[in-house]
Design a protein around this ligand. Sequence first.
Ligand code: ZN
Length: 137
Amino acid sequence: MSQDLLDYRKPLPARKGYAREFYEFCRKHELRFQRCADCGTWRHIPRDLCAKCASTRWEWGKSSGRGKVFSWTTVMQPMLPNFETPYSPVVVELEEGVRMVTWLVGVKPEELRLDMPVEVAFEDVTAEVTLPKFRKT
Ligand code: ZN
């Protein structure tokens, strides 16, 4: 393990239930979302029922990892330790239609633009946790 991994001091995602499965795919650098086995609709956050057809049958479909910036906010006042401000949590809309809250790497808050094309950039932050961040394409 590198020193960088030992030094990660930001909050880590809870990894229980479906979230544990989601982050286990991330550890393998695979971005997967639930996809309805009956109507094909993708969904995120993971849950038991399809919002379109109410089916309980689903699979972990592999995402292209490509999307665009849907929205963001810029934090000027840190709410937790170990965050340097300003920083911008971003909502990315994937090609599959799902949206997720994430981070862009290598993009300053003032450089963000609506519909900016992005792709997933996995970041191994600890030995157990990989975060699905994104970078500009
Ligand atoms: Zn469905």
